[in-house]
Design a protein around this ligand. Structure first.
Ligand code: NAD
Ligand code: IPM
Ligand code: MN
Length: 328
């Protein structure tokens, strides 16, 4: 029995994840779904955003579908999604940017760098320790090379080695790994790279980079494919996998029923690929394409549909495609 932990989380996570779950259960009625309550909402009710028992529930799942969690601007509150990525050692954050003339995979290191969580404050100074390890760099570089080989076989190593020594360390480990793996590579400074990705996306295949650079680059690259409502992601480790939209809880539109469910539905497609159902993932992408072609999109991408209408249209398209293929 395949079990899927469902974390809707906060804000629009609660609106888009039920749509993603509907899509998954349509294609896999045999999956067992169980909810895990995590996030700021839970913290407000109970004083804890994510308990050790919640982590056990996540560990027990074959895969996790995750909405988003709100991080309030409180000094003592650390984002639970970071805690989960660390706890489950989900070291590879895969963020595909796919659309007309664009097919890039951002491979973001997901457990260290500026997100080490080692930080302290004195009266007139606040510091965060940026930790880059050989192990952490090598495993993300290997993952990126593996992905590059399955795709266009080119790796871009995004870095800021010109000013940050820990980035020169990261870049050099990536270069050595790419050479060992026989994957052609180029290196690029992350600031110029971000602009070039926006101006010439066709030049890029797989981009590997450190934690915060990958975070910023992926939100910027969303511009190429219609914005944050379109971008899915996979957080992969050696034993666990979590799938979530790249976007957050979007408090500005939460509760209005207009959030774009495509990023969440695509995250469900990535979940299926991970569990071995590549045809299922392809069907979902095709259903999303047909729905957009029919003009059924949410306001962020220029349409008038609500989250529920857009989700229902994708499900209708899926039903049509699967019926068609049965009759063929
Ligand atoms: P955000 O991604 O939530 O929103 C940025 C902008 O994009 C907003 O204007 C929002 O309305 C829009 N947007 C995002 N997703 C959309 C969708 N599906 N459909 C339509 N419009 C969409 O980023 P933010 O505003 O910087 O962060 C809000 C909260 O979310 C913060 O507390 C932040 O910490 C959290 N966050 C959580 C995650 C996560 O859990 N993985 C990721 C990012 C941000
Ligand atoms: C993301 C988010 C998170 C991150 C935040 C909410 C901690 O922005 O998943 O991209 O920075 O990784
Ligand atoms: Mn982000």
């Amino acid at each position: 029995m395949t079990s899927i932990a469902v974390v809707v989380g906060d804000g629009i996570g609660q609106e888009v994840i039920p749509v993603a779950q509907d899509v998954l259960s349509l294609l896999h009625p045999e999956y067992e779904f169980y909810p895990v309550e995590i996030g700021y909402g839970k913290w407000k009710k109970t004083g804890v955003a994510c308990t050790p028992d919640d982590i056990v529930l996540l560990r027990d799942a074959d895969a996790i579908i995750f909405g988003a969690v709100t991080t309030p601007p409180a000094a003592d509150y650390r984002s639970v999604v970071l805690e989960i990525r660390k706890e489950l050692d989900l070291y590879a954050n895969l963020r595909p940017i796919k659309g007309d003339g664009v097919d890039i995979m951002i491979v973001r290191e997901n457990t260290e760098g500026l997100y080490s969580g080692i930080e302290w404050q004195e009266d007139d100074r606040a510091s965060t320790l940026r930790v880059i390890t050989r192990k952490g760099s090598e495993r993300i570089a290997r993952a990126a090379c593996r992905i590059a080989r399955e795709r266009g076989n080119h790796l871009t190593i995004g870095n800021k080695a010109n000013v940050i020594k820990s980035d020169a360390f990261f870049r050099d480990i990536c270069i050595k790994t790419a050479e060992e793996e026989g994957v052609p590579y180029t290196t690029a400074f992350i600031d110029a790279l971000t602009l070039d990705v926006l101006m010439h996306p066709e030049r890029y295949d797989v981009i590997v980079t450190t934690n915060i650079f990958g975070d910023i680059l992926s939100d910027a690259a969303a511009y190429l494919v219609g914005g944050l409502g379109m971008l899915p992601s996979a957080n992969i480790g050696d034993s666990h996998a979590l799938f979530e939209p790249v976007h957050g809880s979007a408090p500005d539109i939460a509760g209005k029923g207009i959030a774009n469910p495509v990023a969440a539905i695509r995250s469900a497609a990535m979940l299926l690929s991970h569990l071995g159902d590549i045809p299922g993932a392809t069907l979902i992408e095709e259903a999303i394409r047909l729905t957009a072609e029919a003009g059924i999109t949410t306001p962020d991408t220029g349409g008038k549909a609500t989250t529920k209408e857009a989700g229902a249209a994708v499900i209708d398209a899926l039903l049509r495609i699967t019926e068609d293929s049965k009759h063929r």
